[in-house]
Design a protein around this ligand. Structure first.
Ligand code: ADP
Ligand code: MG
Length: 593
């Protein structure tokens, strides 16, 4: 074994660089973070050859004091913290004092900076030597950093670089994230001198939603709601994609903690749990969310590139995020267009798009405009056709309910209804399923699911493993109104069922349930499993598509939907209603042109 030696500074920095500087995009990240920490409101990024030839970041921030220019390149040299206590309340993006040192050890760098009241100076640092000089330069207040020939002296790293296009795509994605995190900053991104992106500062809510639209696509903003929740000194705000806008990949998920984009298990789990009720398990929600927490409640010093964080009270954070999202999703039921209307106004979506994209009718007018009054006579006439069996319809005569009144049934699958805005289409099975599911969840929470004994107990044959699995959940079943017992190794008997399941096909239900439980057997996600079970129950108890409903029955369902959380989507995330406004219909039929 050779003897121990102390590594020289360049080599030590190159080793440190391994952790933070993986590719051009990592350089861009560190440089933009420095610009934002210096309170710049304009950041210009210029890239040559995907970043392997040149990465230049220019800002109009505070600049660096001339006497500190060389020091900035030393490892563990920073202006952002000074003592141990500071580590516990970090409000800047950087604090490790490593980025410039690391970058300069694997590239040819120059930094030009001017502070207000001082002349501008430049430092040139070359990865092969520790010698560098400060020379006078011309530069307005702010800083420009150039990183050339990245990894020129670490060929192993350079080999890992992908094509220029791929590397530039990574830079592009990175700039996008930074632009999401700092709405008030003007960003430009050039590749080979060509302007590729320009994100203008966004101050008003409308400008912000436009910026989100330009970063994440128009479709996202049109299919998202903006919300804001604050409690226990925690705050979450942002755009939540509707369950119907779910994606096959987790590729539209941006979560910022105090302005820092992070990937965190606690957070992902909280969001997934919040969505599990309204979305297929294999789909991924889309969101751009900003979480604010006191700096001393979060440790950002757990990852070299600071992609991860640790919360002091992770349970509190988890529950706060889950609840906020759950409540927001639940508030999207059809009876609360007031909320949706207001949210949509904030994100600046024009009315027609808002209505059709949320599949929810807009806010009811307090004073009904003329055309609605005209409609009233139609409803009155309609009212006379309905036998007076539906007492809940009578009071509606003065007020058109959000989902309107049923007109007919289409193919025994869809309900056609008319409301003040136009035509409403309802998928009756999906809608009924949601209504029952929400009822069941409530009854479950109140331990109030009513059981009904079976006159003739039902015996079902399963595999032995399936029987084991079902019996391990005996208590869960009991709480749901189902009494099950083992009859033999391979069969069970059902003695009672939830009263709600009047005419369901019990055997099919149990087969669905067992495969569900088998899938979730090893997971500890009890609540999720139970909700799954309740969902299956609801699905079996809901009116089947292709069943004929009378007009009063349809109206009863519409009223129930208006009073049900999440009723805009069935529990698999499919929409339950679709509004066609008169304006849309007129446009389609080229009326009034
Ligand atoms: P850190 O950001 O963790 O402090 P860096 O190596 O990234 O470490 O930067 C070292 C120091 O150089 C910073 O603390 C800051 O004072 C200064 N600095 C770097 N970039 C800029 C910039 N664009 N504007 C102003 N100061 C900067
Ligand atoms: Mg930094």
């Amino acid at each position: 074994m050779p003897r121990i030696i102390r590594l020289n500074q360049v080599l030590a920095n190159q080793i440190a660089a391994g952790e933070v500087i993986e590719r051009p995009a990592s350089v861009v990240k560190e440089l933009i973070e420095n610009s934002l920490d210096a309170r710049a409101n304009r950041v210009e990024i210029s890239i040559e050859n995907g970043g392997s030839a040149l990465i230049q970041v220019r800002d109009n921030g505070t600049g660096i004091h001339p006497d500190d220019l060389l020091l900035a390149f030393d490892r563990h040299a920073t202006s952002k913290i000074a003592e141990t206590n500071d580590l516990e309340r970090i409000t800047t993006l950087g604090f490790r004092g490593e980025a410039l040192a690391s970058m300069s050890s694997v590239s040819r760098m120059s930094l030009t900076s001017a502070m207000s009241g001082h002349n501008a100076f430049q430092v040139n640092v070359d990865g092969t030597s520790t010698l560098s000089q400060v020379t006078p330069a011309a530069h307005p207040v702010g800083t420009t950093v150039e990183v050339r020939d990245l990894f020129f002296n670490t060929p192993a790293r350079r080999k890992f670089l992908r094509s220029e296009k791929t590397e530039f795509d990574h830079v592009d994605e990175l700039v996008k994230r930074m632009a999401l995190s700092a709405f008030s900053v003007d960003f430009t991104l050039k590749h080979q001198q060509k302007l590729i992106r320009h994100y203008r500062p966004a101050r008003t809510e409308i400008e912000q939603s436009q910026r989100v639209a330009s970063l994440c696509g128009e479709a996202f903003v049109e299919n998202a709601v903006f919300f804001e929740t604050e409690a226990c000194e925690l705050k979450i705000a942002g755009w939540l994609g509707l369950p119907t806008f779910s994606r096959a990949q987790a590729d539209l998920q941006y979560f910022f903690v105090n302005g820092r984009m992070v990937r965190d298990r606690t957070i992902s789990h909280a969001i997934r749990t919040a969505f599990h009720d309204v979305m297929y398990g294999s789909r991924h929600p889309a969101f751009v969310l900003f979480f604010t927490i006191a700096p001393d409640q979060v440790d950002v010093n757990v990852h070299p590139a600071k992609y991860e964080v640790r919360f002091r009270e992770s349970r509190l954070v988890h529950d706060f995020i889950r609840r906020s999202i759950q409540d927001t999703l639940a508030s999207l039921h059809v009876n609360q267009q007031g909320v949706v209307g207001e949210l949509s106004d904030r994100v600046g979506i024009p009315d027609t798009v808002k209505i059709s994209s949320h599949t929810i009718p807009p806010k009811m007018q307090q004073t009904l405009p003329l055309h609605v009054n005209e409609k009233m006579s139609v409803y009155r006439a309609l009212q006379q056709e309905i036998p007076n069996t539906q007492s809940d319809i009578a009071p509606m005569i003065h007020e058109i309910p959000p989902l309107g009144f049923a007109l007919a049934q289409l193919k025994n699958i869809y309900i056609l209804a008319e409301n003040s805005e136009g035509l409403v289409l309802v998928d009756m099975h999906a809608a009924h399923e949601r209504v029952l599911y929400e009822q069941l969840k409530q009854q479950w929470a109140d331990a109030n699911i009513i059981a009904q004994p079976l006159l003739i107990p039902l015996t079902i044959v399963f595999s032995e493993r399936e029987v084991d699995c079902l019996l391990s959940q005996t208590d869960t079943f009991l709480k749901c109104g189902m009494q099950i017992e083992r009859l033999a190794q391979d069969r069970i008997v059902i003695r009672s069922v939830p009263a709600i399941l009047r005419e369901g096909e019990l055997e099919q239900l149990m087969r669905d349930v067992v495969s569900d439980f088998m899938m979730h057997e090893k997971s500890s996600r009890i609540e999720e499993t139970i909700h799954h079970f309740l969902g299956t129950l609801a699905c079996h108890a809901a009116v089947h598509a292709r069943k004929r409903l009378s007009i009063p029955e349809m109206n009863t369902l519409l009223r129930a939907m208006e009073n049900t959380n999440n009723s805009g989507h069935c529990n698999h995330g499919r929409p339950t209603t679709k509004q066609f406004t008169f304006a849309e219909l007129d446009r389609f039929f080229l009326r009034g042109r």
